[in-house]
Design a protein around this ligand. Structure first.
Ligand SMILES: [Mg+2]
Length: 388
């Protein structure tokens, strides 16, 4: 039998602004999932939170994109949002963009990371859940885990990893994806995923046998809704050990608190700080962006665990560095590169402010007008002129 791990998340309301989910909404989602488990729709589950995001970690045997399993998640979010509204929680129901469920939560607001596999005799997995950032935040660590031999020793010394990994890179603007092989196409992979607001590492496969190794949620709410509706706090599932990177190699990639987009109003760059679950509450300037990691063993489609992966003093220096970076970037206030660039700000409330100023500009005689700029993120469709 093949087991499916489904991690589905949504922000359905939180306490004191965007800080943390309420225990009653966790309890409500837990009840819905317990009923689904009793009915045999899912085999096991673990409900938790990353800051203001409600996270449903489920195991079952119905494959990815199962309408039954997605309906369970949708019902859990709907019921929890009802409680959130009763309690007057902030942004109650925020991520549920539609009332009509038609078999899949994709496109309705929740973020989804699912993978199906034959369980190995021992099947360790890591589930990562971030708050106050976007799916592209996983680009850098995923590259390090699966393509950087300075991070992952197994790429050099383990014959099963030595053939490399295949990256599926998803273009969120076009809804297209491309498969690329590491190590040969490493530089091409980087040419894309270095633009994390557009090109997102969606799935990674082991090239030796095409086994699924990792999956990341790629839903971008603002692109679905066409307006700012909160950041698309992502989730990811990574398989570990015995033919995959070791847990320690996976976690090593997060020892560097790299800059990600998100933070206050989803409009600022800040360091991604890995924290124990108990510190998954974004307070300073609604951040800095947090990452929680839970480790499980999957056995007969059940979840054994979790272990709180970043609850370790070995990550204290990473957190300290993240705080120093936070101090440094915060002093830029409303200036880029702390504030996001104009193409990312298009989905926020900034254009409304700029609209007001548009008629106050006066033409300067003799001034030259720059050629119409192409959208900066539109790298692939850019026309290349000779000598360009
Ligand atoms: Mg959130």
């Amino acid at each position: 039998m093949r087991t499916t791990v489904s991690v589905i998340k949504a922000d359905i309301g939180s306490v004191a602004g965007h800080v943390v989910v309420h225990p009653d909404t966790i309890a409500t989602a837990t009840r819905v999932l317990a009923e689904a488990k009793a009915k045999g729709v899912i085999f096991d589950f673990y409900v938790t939170n990353a800051g203001d995001d409600l996270e449903l970690i489920m195991t079952h045997r119905k494959g990815v994109d199962s309408p039954e399993v997605h309906e369970v998640a949708w019902t859990a979010f709907k019921e929890a949002a009802k409680v959130a509204r009763e309690l007057g929680l902030y942004a109650a129901g925020q991520d549920l963009l539609s009332d009509a469920f038609s078999g899949n939560v994709r496109g309705l607001g929740p973020g989804v990371a699912e993978m199906e596999f034959y369980e190995r005799p021992s099947e360790p997995i890591a589930v990562f859940m971030a708050d106050k950032t976007e799916p592209g935040a996983f680009n850098l660590p995923m590259f390090k885990i699966f393509a950087d031999p300075f991070n992952t020793a197994g790429l050099v010394i383990d014959p099963k990893l030595h053939a490399g990994f295949r990256f599926e890179v998803y273009d969120v603007f076009e809804g297209k994806s491309v498969l690329m092989n590491s190590p040969e196409e490493m530089y091409d992979i980087l040419a894309l995923i270095g633009t994390p607001g557009r090109y997102i590492v969606r799935r990674i496969y082991r090239r030796l046998d095409d086994e699924i190794a990792a999956v990341v949620s790629v839903e971008r709410l603002s692109l679905i809704a066409g307006r700012y509706v909160g950041k698309d706090d992502p989730v990811a599932v990574v398989r570990a050990q015995a033919g995959f990177p070791a847990i320690g190699e996976i976690l090593e990639a997060f020892a560097f608190p790299h800059l990600v987009a998100g933070w206050m109003r989803g409009s600022h760059h800040g360091p991604l700080m890995p924290v124990p679950q108990r510190y998954s509450r974004c307070t300073r300037f609604d951040g800095p962006p947090r990452l929680v990691g839970l480790g499980f063993q999957v056995r007969n489609s059940k979840l054994i665990g979790p272990v709180d992966l970043f609850d370790d003093p070995a990550f204290d220096e990473t957190r300290r560095l993240a705080q120093r970076i936070a101090d440094y970037v915060r002093r830029h206030g409303p200036f880029m590169p702390h504030r996001l660039g104009p193409e990312e700000m298009e989905y926020t409330t900034l254009p409304e402010v700029l609209e007001k100023l548009k008629d106050r500009f006066i033409k300067i005689e003799g001034a030259t007008k720059a050629a119409e700029p192409k959208l900066k993120t539109d790298l692939l469709s850019r026309e290349t002129k000779e000598g360009d």
